[in-house]
Write a protein that binds this ligand. Structure first.
Ligand code: IPE
Ligand code: IPE
Ligand code: MG
Length: 225
């Protein structure tokens, strides 16, 4: 079975650049190029939802020039890719708190989400200024404001950024780190985890196929037998 929802922690752009004695920014640029490859590959494989971790709530700790460089790449991505995303019937959703981003980026994101909102072939979630703890606090606050005192698991899920979407079946992390880094803590409760040493810019559609094949060999028990 092809996993319906795949989430990826796209890690290793900096190391990719350092290995080639290039500035870290080159790694991020190559990382964005690779996002496009993997979105197409995922759609081609029959995956329905792809969630990509692009910027965490902790990534603000990075040097200002690296953050500015990432903003430029986001701007470029939205400008250059919107037509193709829409043409490929991809619905874009952003997971995260956009209020901390420059206004022009927020506006471009809102319009890209609006333009692609009726697409049904494939869903692309990009996690930007995303932190799972922040997402949960936001959900608890919203539930409290609405007077919900006895939430069920479904209620909590419906207040998350991924509302309405099934949980990831497969979580991939590139670059070998064995940690979650505050990604989708609630949603990955029963996701299969696949970690590869490949750095994100080197992660190809063949690698995605290998990860899916590994997933297909797993026996998911969900606590049962
Ligand atoms: C992942 O690559 C992209 C972001 C976090 C924005 P890194 O920039 O974390 O790359 P490494 O981990 O330093 O190699
Ligand atoms: C996780 O990568 C966040 C993204 C890929 C956007 P990090 O490079 O920020 O994670 P840590 O710091 O190694 O845990
Ligand atoms: Mg990293």
């Amino acid at each position: 079975m092809i996993p319906g929802h795949v989430a990826i922690i796209m890690d290793g752009n900096g190391r990719w650049a350092e290995k080639k004695s290039l500035p870290r920014a080159c790694g991020h640029k190559q990382g964005v190029r690779n996002m496009k490859e993997i979105v197409n590959a995922a759609s081609g494989l029959g995956i329905k939802i792809l969630t990509l971790y692009a910027f965490s709530t902790e990534n603000w700790k990075r040097p200002q020039n690296e953050i500015e460089g990432l903003f430029s790449l986001i701007r470029q991505f939205l400008k250059e890719e919107l037509g193709e995303l829409n043409g490929s019937e991809i619905k874009l959703r952003i997971l995260g708190d956009l209020s901390k981003f420059p206004k022009d980026i927020t506006a471009d994101i809102e319009s890209a989400c609006e333009i692609t909102s009726q697409n049904t072939k494939f869903e692309l979630n990009i996690a930007l200024n995303y932190g799972a703890r922040q997402e949960l606090i936001r959900a608890f606050e919203a539930m409290s404001k609405q007077g919900i005192k006895e939430p069920t698991e479904e209620t909590v899920s419906s207040f998350l950024y991924t509302s309405g979407q099934p949980d990831p079946d497969l979580l991939i992390r590139t670059s070998g780190e064995l940690r979650i880094s505050n990604f989708l803590l609630w949603q990955i409760a029963y996701s299969e985890i696949y970690v590869t040493d490949k750095l994100w810019p080197d992660f190809t559609k063949e690698d995605l196929k290998i990860a899916v094949a590994a997933f297909q060999k797993r026996k998911r028990r969900f606590g049962g037998l």
